[in-house]
Structures are given as structure tokens and as C-alpha cells.
Design a binder for this molecule. Structure first.
Ligand code: PLP
Length: 443
């Protein structure tokens, strides 16, 4: 309560704005994920690794717009590309050369030959699932229990439930995440546990016997929304083999991992190539953008006109100019070296604090992504996450950090995302806040 009061005392203008905002904006925010209790922090501006709220409080931004600002705020290369493009016209709904260059760059990085663009992660997973359904002529799909893949109906299923009431690992329940999702849609999405090949194979065979073979399995190769959960050795290879054997399109949702965990996302990091990938968030340095990539065979259903992959703003020139500048000029081999180095420093520092204060948790990460998970045991799937995760410590850590100039996603199930602008000082500020919390709690 002390840390909460301390923060709220610094957020007077945000509070005033919130009171006005609530009159005509539901809950005073543009999206429910921007809520914070008792009121949201309204932002003013950002520069590099830092941002300022409307009360003038300065933070190192470790949330980075839910992982989208890998290039840092107001990156000069992105600003130049977007300004140049805007001066020449910002929207035509016609192809332009940046689309071609970005598709070539993504092919090089992810090893998949055919691409299309859209505007967000949700659009990417929606398009990918439709393509998989068209390619296989099947209706049912599979996802990992607890994973988030965006806000369209097919994937707003089995995300955050009471783990005592989700069924056994062979028969996890399909449960709507919030109201407004038709029952018929819920029944078409079948969740399976992460890191469990046996359960996956069991469920696939059962679906086949019932006459409902799955069109696709959509999954993150490394889970990113229940702390960070890496695949166990052999798991992804097993998933690849099983899906191939059963004619199921394997979609790696790289909306969070693509470009952040390494130049070729989780696909290249873990060395398993899916049939499709979905990318968004950090693709265009803070402009709305999304991409789907796939094999020639699967993407043929788009090329021959069977599937309409469309959108007024798909391949919007501003987003594509930003994506091109980002891929060509910002996310260079040197930038990835820098991100790896900073992340290692941060994780090592967290591990040292955890060891020194004998804290229940561990640090891990890849590329620009990392997190401290407050759990006495390693998280391997949704159930172990919900059983192990310490919500009170998550909240306390968030408050300690916010009060000491470090901004993370409220709730802290989100990991940190570094940007190319994060430096030693940013990491030291983070570590000092974390150590103060560990010290105070164990004193
Ligand atoms: N897929 C994953 C793995 C995500 O984490 C998210 C968003 O957090 C999405 C898809 C949806 O992306 P967007 O919010 O851009 O629609």
C-alpha cells in the first residue's frame, strides 16, 4: 500500500485526465489492456529508451508498448522514413516498392518464401488461420492453453482460467475468454498443453477419430505471456514431425518473438521451420503493421484467389517505409549484439540479486526479451504458471519499479522488451529498483 500511495501521489494530472476521459471513453482508455488500478498513467512523450507521463515523471521504458518499440522511441531512421513517405502521400491502397523489399528481408530472416501484410498481430493470426483452413479444407484448429494470439473470436479461447477447472491434460476445455464469442466458434478451437507431445498426439488422434481433424496448430515457439516459457529439448521438433504427419499446418505466432528474440525470430533461434509465421508489434517501429509468411504450398490458396487476404490499410506506405528502415538500418547485426549484451547484463544482475536475497524466482530471456518469474519452480506450461506465479510479488515489483523510474507492463506477466537505445544506465536503474524491493522484503 505504501508503494501504491507513493505512486498515486505522483499521478495527479493522470487522475484529472482519467476523470474527464471516463465521460466519453470507456474506462478512460482506448483498449482494456491499458487499464491500471486505480487509474491509468497517461503518457506524454518518449525518446530512445525513456518516456515521460503527463505529470512529468520520467521512466526507462521496459514495456516498450507491449514489445513493439524495439527500435526505441522516436528512432531517427524511422522518423526520417515516415516523414519522407508522408510528404509523398501516406495511403493509396496500391503496392509500393517498400512492400517488396520488406517481403525480401523477411524471407531472408525467417526462411519462408511468400508474404502478405496487414495491420496488427490479431489480423495476422486471423489471416493465417483462415489460410490454414482453406489449405486443409478443415474447420477445427488447435492452440496452446493459456496462450494469447490476439482479439478475434477463434483465438480468444482458453487463455486465463482457474486451473482447477480446465480439465485434464488430454482433454483441456475450450473456454471463451470474455463474453460475445459464439459457442460454435469456441467449439472449433481445441486447446492443448505446452511442452506435452503425448497430449498433443492423443488429442490429434481423437479429433481425427471424431471426424474433426485440425487445420492448424497455432502456437508461440517460446511462450511469452505467462512469463517466458521456452520449449523443452525436442518438443518443437516433435511438434513439427507430428503436424507434418497429420497434415496440420503449423503456425508459429511470432507477433512477440519475431525480430525481438533474434533477427529471424523464434523460428531461427530454435531451428524449427513452421508452415507459416505471423509477425507484428516490432515490425514497423511503432506503426501499426502485421505480416504473414508461409510456404509456397500453403500460400498458394492466397495466390490462386481461393482466400481473400485483404484490407484497406494492408501494406500502408507509412508502416512499410518504417518496416523497411527498421529492417535495413536499425535491426542490424550490431544492434542484435547490443541487445544480447544488455539483456545478458540485466539477467545476470537479476540472478545475482535473487541469489543474494534468496528470493523465490528466476530470470531468463532471449534477445531483447527477458523477465524475472516469481515462482519457486520452473514454469513449463499454463498449470505450472498459475500454480507457481506469485501475483502479489508481481504487483509489488511493478510498483517498486514505477516509483523508481522503470516502466513495465502493469501486472508483470509481460516480460521486458529492451530497445536498441537501452544502455547500461537503463539496466542499472532497473536492477537498483529490483534490489531495493528484494532488500526491503527480506529485511
Ligand atoms: N499474438 C501474440 C503472441 C501476442 O502477444 C499478441 C498481442 O499481444 C497478438 C498476437 C495480437 O497482436 P495485436 O495486439 O497487435 O493485435
Amino acid at each position: 500500500a505504501k508503494e501504491g500511495d507513493k505512486l498515486n501521489a505522483k499521478l495527479g494530472k493522470s487522475r484529472e485526465m482519467y476523470e474527464r476521459a471516463c465521460k466519453h471513453l470507456c474506462n478512460g482508455v482506448a483498449s482494456s489492456y491499458q487499464l491500471r488500478d486505480p487509474w491509468p498513467i497517461y503518457v506524454d512523450r518518449g525518446q530512445g529508451s525513456r518516456m515521460w507521463d503527463v505529470d512529468g515523471n520520467e521512466y526507462y521504458d521496459f514495456n516498450n508498448g507491449f514489445g513493439a518499440m524495439l527500435q526505441g522511441h522516436a528512432n531517427p531512421y524511422i522518423a526520417e522514413a515516415v516523414n519522407d513517405r508522408f510528404a509523398k502521400g501516406s495511403h493509396f491502397a496500391m503496392p509500393d516498392w517498400d512492400d517488396v523489399v520488406v517481403a525480401e528481408e523477411l524471407t531472408e530472416r525467417f526462411g519462408l518464401p511468400k508474404w502478405r501484410f496487414n495491420n496488427s498481430g490479431s489480423e495476422s493470426t486471423m489471416d493465417a488461420i483462415r489460410i490454414a483452413r482453406a489449405y486443409t479444407h478443415r474447420d477445427h484448429i488447435m492452440k496452446i492453453f493459456g496462450s494469447y494470439h490476439g482479439h478475434h473470436d477463434a483465438v480468444m479461447i482458453s487463455i486465463s482460467e482457474d486451473y482447477n477447472n480446465i480439465g485434464d491434460r488430454y482433454h483441456l476445455k475450450s473456454l471463451p475468454y470474455g463474453a460475445g464469442i459464439p459457442k460454435a466458434t469456441v467449439e472449433l478451437t481445441v486447446p492443448v498443453p505446452f511442452n506435452d507431445l503425448d497430449a498433443l498426439e492423443h488429442r490429434i488422434k481423437e479429433m481425427e477419430e471424431e471426424g474433426n481433424p485440425p487445420a492448424c496448430l497455432i502456437m508461440e515457439a517460446c511462450l511469452m505471456n505467462m512469463s517466458i516459457v521456452p520449449p523443452e529439448p525436442g518438443y518443437l521438433e516433435g511438434v513439427r514431425e507430428l503436424t507434418k504427419r497429420h497434415g496440420i499446418v503449423l503456425i508459429f505466432d511470432e507477433v512477440k518473438t519475431g525480430l525481438t528474440v533474434g533477427p529471424g525470430g523464434a523460428t531461427k533461434l530454435f531451428g524449427v521451420t513452421p508452415d507459416m509465421v505471423t509477425i507484428a508489434k516490432s515490425l514497423a517501429g511503432g506503426l501499426p503493421s502485421g505480416a504473414i509468411g508461409g510456404t509456397d504450398e500453403v500460400m498458394h490458396v492466397v495466390e490462386d484467389g481461393e482466400v481473400y487476404q485483404v484490407g484497406t490499410f494492408s501494406g500502408n506506405p507509412l508502416s512499410m517505409a518504417a518496416a523497411r528502415a527498421s529492417l535495413e538500418k536499425v535491426l542490424t547485426p550490431e544492434a542484435y549484439e547490443h541487445l544480447d549484451h544488455m539483456n545478458q547484463r540485466l539477467m545476470d544482475g537479476c540472478r545475482e540479486i535473487i541469489r543474494k536475497y534468496d528470493f523465490p524466482g528466476y530470470a531468463q530471456g532471449f534477445g531483447a526479451k527477458g523477465c524475472v518469474t516469481f515462482s519457486p519452480h520452473k514454469i513449463t506450461d499454463y498449470v505450472s504458471f498459475r500454480k507457481g506465479q506469485n501475483a502479489a510479488l508481481n504487483q509489488l515489483a511493478w510498483l517498486y519499479e514505477a516509483n523508481r523510474g522503470v516502466y513495465m507492463a502493469p501486472g508483470r506477466e509481460e516480460e521486458w522488451t529492451l530497445s536498441v537505445a537501452h544502455d547500461d544506465k537503463a539496466c542499472d536503474t532497473y536492477l537498483a529498483a529490483f534490489e531495493e524491493m528484494a532488500h526491503d522484503l527480506t529485511a
